[in-house]
Design a protein around this ligand. Structure first.
Ligand code: MV4
Length: 532
């Protein structure tokens, strides 16, 4: 790693841990930055140095560009890795890094700007011959214009805000009757949610699949792709399960989508790891460019497991100016991988975020299992950030083996003290349509998953109680009596520790803003330094 000897990780949680791991393997020193709520986070402990950023709200910590740059300069880091979210796709931050002579580990500001403008990117790509969903190339001024375009491309159509992705404000119209209402509604939603009130019109694809291509691009203009990931299992535009390869993509389609993604990256002047998103229509097996995610993504490990390529390490090689270390012909795909996003949320309570002390945490392992996690037993999950606490991945020689391993790992995974969506994943991994590979963006609703999760949680509660009663044998042999007495003692001690810790934690929660020295002594990193 010639150009880079020290990296500041401008992020938190599992992705900060992931970046630190890649740096360590390459002999690069790491600097963590953390907020009040993250004083005891795993990534702070893993980094070589850690500096305090500010109060828990992201605006005052992980989004504080000037403070992050100041810390980077002060401790002599050559580069900043932004992870995902926060500053990862902020062109202004990339410029700030440039001005201060710091390498931003990601695409250049110009590419970020081009790809951040979703309707602009759509137009640019269409003009270069990339397939896009049929529809308008510019913003639609009024209902009349929308009507004309819809007439042209045929119903159903979708009215989308020009300013943002993420599904916010999108309106489906099945007939001209609904269109003027939909345009007004989408404009109003776009104006309140995004900087721009404009909307555009596209043909609505019924139950498409969300398939994306991972790409790597170096600073010399070389681009390769690492194949697809299928991300159709989403709830309210939040991905929950991703897998690779997609059950519907064959070698021929992979080559076509891959070549298209490489072309998109070249048009945008892309550098680093990135993802090109497509909608795939199963009916005629056509695919359409949607947008580019100009960052490393949550689901990148799925691709790592089947290609053997460490995407974050490649980002570091690219950022230090090295040419790509692989040619397209070097990339091969082996087996199947699935990722379940483990969120701290209550699946029986409308997936409400669930924060607090983790009283017990036992990670699964064994053949084919990988866990990327930002938490541990004794850690308090803060309320301030994304609910993702761990990513559980299973690799198998084929899809069926990876499903079996995932089911087994979900059963092994113990997270107590907070609610998680593990029961949701258990239901999906046992759903017969999922097992057959019949999934779409409507899967969770179509398969009635939410209701079935409630049933499973109830059932698990009953069987847990039954298990507990089995632990108390009716008649004990003298040897058993001895063992059982020891066991009971252990359980009593564990319960006392948990009670003590949760009482400390509730005290902590109340005084979090006033004092931050109130932490569990055995998890406190002795190496935490203050930057002031
Ligand atoms: C669509 C679509 C159908 N037709 N566009 C949702 C988020 C945004 N990035 C694009 N989205 C969609 N755009 C047309 N023309 C269906 C969706 C969609 C979706 C896409 C990917 C993953 C999950 C989804 C869930 C609902 C709708």
């Amino acid at each position: 790693m010639g150009a880079i000897s020290k990296v500041l990780v401008a992020n938190r949680g599992e992705i900060a841990v992931r970046v630190i791991r890649a740096c360590k393997e390459l002999g690069i020193k790491t600097v963590a930055v953390y907020s009040d709520a993250d004083k005891n986070a795993k990534f702070v402990y893993y980094a070589d140095e850690a500096y305090y950023l500010g109060p828990s709200p992201a605006k005052e910590s992980y989004l504080n560009m000037e403070k992050i740059i100041q810390i980077a300069k002060q401790c002599g880091t050559e580069a900043i890795h932004p992870g995902y979210g926060f500053l990862a796709q902020n062109a202004k931050f990339v410029r700030l890094c440039d001005e201060n002579g710091i390498i931003f580990i990601g695409p250049p500001a110009k590419a970020q700007e081009l790809l951040g403008d979703k309707i602009g990117a759509r137009k640019t790509m269409s003009q270069a011959g990339i397939p896009i969903v049929p529809g308008s190339l510019d913003v639609v001024q009024d209902e009349k214009e929308a009507m004309r375009i819809a007439e042209d491309i045929g119903y159903p159509v979708m009215v989308k805000p020009a300013g943002g992705g993420g599904g916010i404000g999108m309106q489906i119209c099945w007939s001209p009757r609904e269109l003027s209402e939909a345009v007004k509604k989408a404009q109003a939603l776009a104006a309140s949610a995004f900087a721009r009130p404009e909307v555009y019109v596209e043909r609505y694809l019924v139950k498409p699949r969300h398939i994306e291509i991972q790409i790597l691009a170096d600073t010399k203009g070389k681009v390769i792709h690492l194949g697809e990931r299928e991300c159709s299992i989403q709830r309210r535009h939040q991905k929950l399960i991703e897998e690779a390869p997609s059950p519907v993509v064959d070698d021929e389609l992979r080559r076509k989508m891959g070549e298209t993604a490489v072309k998109v990256a070249k048009i945008a002047g892309y550098v680093s790891a990135g993802t090109v998103e497509f909608l795939f229509s199963e009916k005629d097996r056509s695919f359409y460019f949607l947008e580019v995610n100009s960052r490393v993504q949550v689901e990148h490990p799925v691709t790592e497991l089947i290609t053997g390529i460490d995407i974050v390490k490649e980002q570091l090689h690219i950022a230090s100016g090295e040419p790509l270390r692989y040619k397209q012909e070097d990339i091969t795909w082996n087996g199947h991988a699935i990722e379940c996003r483990i969120n701290a949320e209550d699946p029986v309570n409308d997936f409400l975020p669930s924060s607090g002390l983790v009283t017990n945490y036992i990670e699964p392992g064994g053949p084919g299992i990988r866990v990327d996690s930002g938490i541990y037993a004794g850690y308090t999950v803060p309320v301030f950030y994304d609910p993702l606490v761990a990513k559980l991945l299973a690799w198998g020689r084929d899809r069926s083996e990876s499903i079996s391993r995932m089911r087994r790992a979900l059963d092994e995974f113990v997270i107590e003290g907070i609610k998680t969506n593990i029961p949701f994943h258990k239901v999906v991994l046992n759903d017969e349509e999922f097992v057959k590979g019949n999934i779409s963006t409507e899967f969770i609703v179509d398969r009635n998953i939410a209701e079935r999760v409630v049933e499973l949680v109830k059932k698990e509660e009953v069987s847990r109680k039954e298990k507990l009663s089995i632990l108390t044998p009716a008649q004990l042999s003298p040897v058993e009596a001895k063992v059982f007495a020891v066991d009971k003692k252990t359980i009593a001690i564990a319960a006392a520790i948990a009670a003590y810790m949760s009482s400390r934690s509730s005290k902590n929660n109340r005084s979090q803003n006033a004092s931050n020295n109130n932490v569990n002594p055995w998890v406190m990193s002795a190496r935490v330094k203050s930057s002031s």
